[in-house]
Design a protein around this ligand. Structure first.
Ligand SMILES: Cc1cc2nc3c(=O)[nH]c(=O)nc-3n(C[C@H](O)[C@H](O)[C@H](O)COP(=O)(O)OP(=O)(O)OC[C@H]3O[C@@H](n4cnc5c(N)ncnc54)[C@H](O)[C@@H]3O)c2cc1C
Ligand code: FES
Ligand code: FES
Length: 1345
């Protein structure tokens, strides 16, 4: 059959791949068609700079540049950044692949400016996203012929829509990238009277302006590939074949030889890869259609636009921009341009085809509604009798992902008719997603109307000739609402007609709570919002006076301004040499060049086997049988490891040993580890793990939510209570009391590097060497020893760096690694495991959801008198760190306010979900959120500005908190005063009022709020640290300490501390890794306290050495250099090593049983955020954020600002965007109970580049030394996170303005996160009323709490 097809093609067949990587020629004779480019680069070429962050095209960590010659005559090249995790290796035949290693390296001293600037401008933290980000920037520079003369800041702003960074908050990346733009002078400059310590985006760009004018080097395109002629290719893999025909004739023949499921067409593979990887669909052969000229055409005739099915979305965008003329095309070009702007990402659009999107037939496709509205016609070809047929796209979608295509048909062209009518026609597209960048629409629409003037004296009257209204996200296919359209024909174009259209559309597209994807009410509201926006747009184009000018803002798309920033740093204290300088991140350059190694980048030892988890698929179910039959037949299968293989204890846990390493009988949740399959390759391990069959007996009940647990009295531990004063009495006497309940959802850590480990057993004295991405090497060592049944001194854990952690790798990194250690012991071979993103998200726990119920008493003026509050957190199935998290929430319920009488009660709800865990803030943000909700409630009730309530109740110096700690060095009043002034808060509040009066459907809101965060572990014993300082004969210094580097800059700060204390050049000091054989019994790198603790330990060690050395500075040697001093000491046989130990002094620690707790000190800060909300969709932008943060005397101001900005944006994510959805019995019945639906970047949205505040200003408070920490500094990692809630309350403020305008005055409940859905539905109006019937004013969207 194959030969027949090939013979019929009469073309010689090529059976190998030829391509170049970083200028090096590669001929691959043994390619497998299911190898991705990323896998090949990392595993076959050892180019580990490109990272695997998600494997689904959603994070950009794997971005590489693929270039090819598109015209041999002119030599024209096409450069495309692509997601190498989606691109099949076979697709790069004839191309030049440039990876991060190809553009520059530290080792070769040839860094590209895109690499050096990102490093020098503090734009990488953990560095895991960085190679991908550099490649996106490099791709943007390369695609431009003259980057320094043609790139605009808008180009830069748009360049990263396919990249995520969880650490930096994006501002520094954008600043570094903007140094390459030509129009930097359009950026705002700082106030000329401002102090010198202010630096703006413009300042940074100017500092590179001269350098920018130099030629930007590009990797040379190989001459051989300029001559490359694509030929018919057939790659025969071990199980799959790859065909690449080069003519339509060959393609049609092949498809007719292998019709239907016998082959799968691929173009960009952006959808097919998802199907094969995540849905485990199998295809025997792929037919690649990228090189068929007939699929590439873009033609405009007098009657239509014609696009080949193989036109990539990037090429489509460029051509549409060229053709765009609404007078000729009736608006279709603009409608497609608008839709493509926020379609996926640059990397996806660079490879994905228009035809692929259509045939894929996703009900949430963003393009298909526009094509339906435009009346597009599809041209389908098949080999048989050279048949060609045309089918309207309106008849193409038959059912969910089923299209009207015959088995062997190929989509060749898409014809979009041009509107030739003399009547007025309008076509617009609409889309609302959870996030703007790289997110598929919740609802998308293409709306088209033709209007004719009504013959009457009133020239303003228009009648509907026809409409084509098409929606995505409203059913199993893209839907054209034919009945509604019919009803509208002949109607005048009026509000009444649109109202009718809304009503009929909702009837025609019924949704209910079982509809996959959920959000039925929101989707119903969006349909109407889009129709209404369209109505206003058309009216504004027709210049109809029926439209109030205040409504006009919704007629046009929102134009987001260019983002920029400003940082203000106080003068550095003269007493310090190094402390207070902004030493760049020590591994910054290595990160930007991809040379920094993470665990998955380490080479495998000979004999290594690879593990993949077998996970429970049922919550609370007894395992009846495990069938390994099919799995054990997978070639390369080595072993299956489960609880029977545990030599020591199968019980583990960070605080309480209440979890099993491997489930022995009853699964506590979906995702619990039942076993590990070991195979000779990673791919085989995943394949085999997938084939293990488990039989279960389902048990009851299954509890997933806080309310489920409360109903079934399912708790972990006892209720905790903190009590001060007489709450009940005061409440009963209060002038006013208010009660309420608010919910806050969980948050996924989304560290870019998933959990990863390698365990090497040694038969020599039963040693285990572990390389793990963990924040807690000592705990890993201890619990591994317990599980394998040896003493801790047989186990060594090494951590060089992590690609982000945020608390997610404090305890939950441990059990997976223990199971790998058990596997390694069983087979006596090194075992490695890199947990895939979807698995990592599903099993390793998240931030705890909380339910907060309060009753508060206060005076007429708003003075608090008493607070009675109950907190419930969803702990999941085990304790983990939940009790400490709950306690911190209880200790932070006061934020910065004095409640004279308080009772706080807390309980841990035990559910059948993975155990929730630490996350930056550790319960603090949940408690603080409860507090600010109470403030908001009171302010609304008393009709006062919340800031007035905040100021009235603010603690004063010396006040005592509800847990008995007196407040010293209390800077909050000063922070609020200075911020009010620097942010121009009062004036802006007035401007917002004016704006809101003039805009009906766009509202602005503002919020200024303070925060305090207690620094110290509440478990007193954890507040200790050790360090080992080794000075070598050549005067270089090696430091080991207990903290781990996860991007927070700890090692950089510690190097500064050592250099300061030793009085040596900072470049002589190095930290290699964290290891349990250097420093023992370390505490986790957590609680923001690692600089405080380890810094002191290092300083103590260094001071011992320095003291010994200082004694040698006598006589002629009084001024010896560091180098000579060290040499002298060595020859005098003086110890050049020292161990330092530090324990935070008393009083310290939590003692809730006695209503007491004591932190070492409080880090304090305040923020103002101003937002603008589209009340019809819930879409929003942060217009400006000002943060003033007290970090004492900063150890490293730029690193601290990086922490402030990164934490703030993570907080914005927590409070506005990041929503976890777990299948349950009530809220989300359309997804499997107990399983996480949002388990990848496709469904779980962290903030992206497009979400940063347009104007981001951060200032570090001056003159606020902190005597309780190293060199008067303060901890900074967690405290600023809560300030992200300023965006939440500003959005709530904007909603309030709309609600009041719509007649819904008074307090309303807004649970967190304030997603686009919650915001839109809180903006109660006639549309929400129709969307959710009567209760719309108090409607609460579903959530997993
Ligand atoms: C991270 C990510 C983000 C995304 N975001 C969006 C988004 O915002 N909006 C949106 O609408 N979609 C989105 N998608 C979906 C996807 O990108 C699009 O559907 C894309 O256009 C598919 O094109 P492709 O060339 O990659 O298709 P492929 O994956 O190569 O193929 C898709 C389907 O089309 C078939 N096919 C391809 N060409 C032809 C042809 N000529 N004739 C017949 N059949 C053909 C294939 O056999 C396959 O069934 C996203 C996908 C990813 C991975
Ligand atoms: S790993 Fe490729 S996009 Fe995330
Ligand atoms: S630096 Fe971007 S994810 Fe860590």
């Amino acid at each position: 059959m194959v030969n027949e097809a090939v013979q019929q093609s009469a073309t010689p067949t090529i059976d190998y791949l030829l391509f170049y990587v970083n200028g090096n020629r590669v001929i691959e004779h043994h390619a497998e068609p299911d190898w991705t480019l990323l896998w090949y680069l990392r595993n076959k070429l050892d180019l580990t700079g490109s990272k695997l962050g998600c494997g689904e095209g959603g994070c950009g960590a794997c971005t590489v540049l693929v270039s090819r010659c598109v015209d041999r005559d002119s030599g024209a090249l096409e450069h495309r950044t692509v997601n190498s995790c989606l691109a099949p290796l076979c697709s790069v035949d004839g191309c030049h692949v440039v990876t991060i290693e190809g553009i520059g390296s530290v080792a070769k001293s040839n860094m590209h400016p895109a690499q050096s600037r990102i490093a020098e401008m503090y734009a990488s933290q953990c560095g895991f996203c960085t190679p991908g980000i550099v490649m996106s920037l490099y791709g943007t520079l390369t695609s431009s012929d003259h980057p320094h003369t043609s790139l605009t800041i808008q180009d830069i702003e748009d360049a990263f829509d396919g990249n995520l960074c969880r650490c930096t908050g994006y501002r520094p990346i954008l600043d570094a990238a903007k140094t390459f733009a030509k129009d930097i002078n359009t950026l705002p400059c700082k106030d000329s009277s401002a102090s010198k310590s202010i630096s703006t985006t413009l300042d940074k760009c100017l500092s590179f302006a001269e350098e920018s004018n130099k030629e930007i080097t590009k990797v040379e395109f190989p001459q051989e590939l300029r001559e490359y002629i694509p030929e018919f290719t057939h790659i025969k893999g071990s199980t799959i074949e790859w065909y690449r025909p080069v003519t339509l004739h060959e393609l049609l023949r092949l498809r007719s030889t292998y019709p239907g499921g016998a082959s799968k067409l691929v173009y960009g593979n952006t959808e097919v890869q998802i199907e094969t990887k995540f849905k485990h669909l199998k295809y025997p052969r792929f037919i690649c259609v990228t090189n068929i000229e007939e699929l590439q055409q873009m033609k405009r005739t007098p009657t239509s636009l014609i696009f080949g099915a193989g036109v990539t979305l990037t090429r489509l965008q460029a051509k549409l921009a060229q053709w765009n003329d609404p007078k000729v095309d009736g608006g279709v070009c603009q409608a497609l341009i608008d839709q493509l702007k926020y379609f996926a990402s640059t990397q996806i659009r660079n490879v994905a085809s228009l035809g692929g999107n259509i045939v894929n037939a996703s009900p949430i496709s963003d393009v298909n509604p526009v094509l339906q509205a435009a009346g597009a016609v599809l041209e389908l070809h098949r080999a048989e009798a050279n048949s060609v047929r045309h089918i309207p796209i309106t008849d193409f979608f038959l059912a969910y992902r089923r299209v009207a295509m015959i088995d062997d048909e190929i989509l060749v062209n898409i014809h979009i008719p041009l509107q030739l009518s003399t009547n007025k026609t309008f076509l617009r597209s609409y889309k609302q997603a959870r996030r703007r960048d790289d997110d598929i629409g919740i609802v998308s629409a293409g709306l088209h109307v033709e209007l004719e003037p009504v013959e009457s004296t009133d020239k303003q009257q228009w009648r509907i000739v026809y409409t084509r209204f098409s929606f995505g996200g409203m059913g199993p296919t893209t839907i054209l609402i034919k009945k509604t359209q019919k009803e509208l024909v002949g109607q005048p174009w009026t509000r009444a007609a649109i109202k009718k259209a809304c009503e009929l559309a909702l009837e025609e597209m019924p949704l209910n709570e079982l509809t996959p994807g959920g959000q039925p009410e929101y989707r119903r509201a969006l349909v109407q919002s889009f129709l209404y926006k369209f109505y206003i747009y058309v009216c504004s184009e027709l210049q109809q006076s029926s439209v109030d000018p205040k409504e006009l803002s919704v007629a046009h798309k929102y134009h987001r301004a260019i983002s920029h920033g400003q940082q203000t740093i106080p003068e550095r204290p003269a007493s310090h040499e190094i402390i207070g300088t902004s030493l760049p991140l020590r591994s910054g350059y290595l990160q930007t060049t991809g040379e920094a190694k993470y665990i998955d980048d380490m080479p495998s030892l000979p004999n290594t086997v690879y593990g993949a988890f077998v996970l429970a698929t049922q919550p609370n179910a007894r395992i009846k049988n495990i069938d390994l039959g099919a799995a054990s037949k997978v070639p390369g299968f080595v072993s299956f490891v489960n609880h029977d293989d545990v030599q020591g204890s199968n019980m583990t846990g960070d605080v309480v040993h209440d979890e099993e390493v491997f489930v022995s009988s009853v699964t506590p949740c979906v995702g619990a580890v039942i076993g590990i399959v070991l195979c000779e390759t990673e791919r085989a391990a995943h394949a085999a793990a997938h084939l293990v069959q488990i039989e279960y007996e389902l048990l009851t009940p299954t509890l997933f939510t806080i309310d489920d647990a409360i109903e079934h009295n399912s708790y972990l531990g006892d209720e905790k209570c903190l009590w001060q004063g007489d709450v009940e009495q005061t409440l009963s006497e209060a002038e006013h009391t208010l009660e309420g309940t608010v919910l806050i959802g969980g948050q996924e850590h989304f560290y870019l590097e998933t959990n990863c480990c390698m365990v090497i057993p040694s038969n020599d004295d039963q040693e285990l060497t572990i390389y793990s991405s963990t924040q807690n090497p000592s705990k890993l060592q201890e619990l591994t020893a317990l599980a394998v049944g040896c003493a801790s001194n047989h186990v060594t854990c090494h951590v060089k760096r992590m690609g982000g952690a945020f608390g997610g790798k404090e305890s939950r990194s441990i059990a997976p690694c223990i199971s790998v250690a058990i596997a390694a012991m069983k087979v006596g071979r090194p075992v490695r495991m890199n947990i895939e993103r979807d698995v990592d998200m599903s099993i390793t726990g998240q931030r705890h959801p909380f339910k907060i119920q309060y009753k508060v008493g206060f005076t007429n003026e708003g003075q608090f008198t008493a607070l009675d509050v109950r907190l419930w957190s969803n702990a999941g199935y085990s304790f983990d760190l939940s009790m400490a998290v709950l306690e911190r929430a209880m200790l932070h319920i006061d934020n910065t306010y004095r409640f004279p009488n308080v009772r706080v009660r807390g309980r841990l709800c035990k559910t059948h979900l993975p155990s929730n865990t630490a996350f930056r803030g550790f319960g603090g943000p949940q408690g603080l959120f409860g507090c600010e909700t109470i403030v908001d409630h009171i302010a609304t009730y008393l009709k006062l500005d919340p800031v007035a309530i905040r100021r009235l109740n603010m603690y004063k110096e010396g006040d005592i908190t509800h847990f008995g700690q007196p407040l010293e060095r209390w800077h909050i009043p000063r922070l609020m005063d200075e911020l009010t002034k620097s942010s121009d808060y009062v004036q802006r509040q007035k401007s917002i009022e004016d704006f809101n009066k003039l805009h009906t459907y766009r509202k602005r809101g503002i919020c200024m709020m303070p925060t305090k965060f207690g620094i110290a572990f509440t478990a007193k014993f954890l507040n200790q640290a050790g360090a080992l300082v080794l000075v070598y004969k050549d005067s270089s210094v090696l430091i080991s300490h207990g903290g781990t580097e996860m991007g927070q800059g700890l090692h950089t700060k510690m190097v500064s501390v050592a250099a300061e204390a030793l009085r040596c050049n900072v470049n002589l000091v190095r930290i290699s890794e964290t290891s349990t054989d250097k420093v023992a019994n370390t505490s986790p790198t957590a609680a923001s306290a690692s600089s405080d603790l380890n810094g002191m330990a290092i300083r103590i060690a260094c001071e011992q050495i320095r003291e010994r050395l200082d004694k040698l500075l006598v006589g002629d040697d009084a001024h010896l250099s560091w180098k000579d001093l060290v040499k002298k000491a060595y020859f005098l046989r003086i110890d050049l090593s020292a161990h330092g130990f530090y324990a935070t002094p008393e009083p310290l620690g939590g003692d809730l049983a006695n209503n007491r707790a004591h932190f070492n000190y409080f880090t304090q800060g305040a923020a103002v955020s101003e937002v603008e909300l589209d009340t019809l969709t819930g879409d929003w932008h942060i217009l400006r954020t000002d943060i003033l943060m007290d970090v004492g005397t900063s150890l490293n101001p730029q690193i601290d600002i990086g922490q402030v900005e990164g934490a703030f944006v993570q907080g914005v994510g927590l409070f506005t965007m990041e929503e976890l959805i777990w299948g349950d019995h009530k809220q989300y019945k359309w997804t499997k109970p107990g399983a996480l639906f949002t388990r990848g970047p496709g469904t779980y949205k962290i903030p992206s580049f497009n979400d940063v505040p347009i104007d981001m200003r951060v200032e570090l408070l001056s003159d606020a030394p902190n005597p309780r920490a190293i060199y008067s500094s303060k901890a900074v990692g967690e405290p600023p996170l809560f300030l992200g809630a300023s965006a939440f309350f500003a959005l709530k403020n904007a909603c309030m303005a709309y609600r009041e305008q719509q007649g819904h005055s008074g307090y309303f409940l807004l649970n967190s996160p304030a997603t686009v859905e919650r915001l839109r539905m809180a903006c109660a109006d006639e549309f929400t009323e129709r969307a959710c019937m009567n209760e719309h004013g108090a409607f609460q969207a579903r959530g997993s709490f």
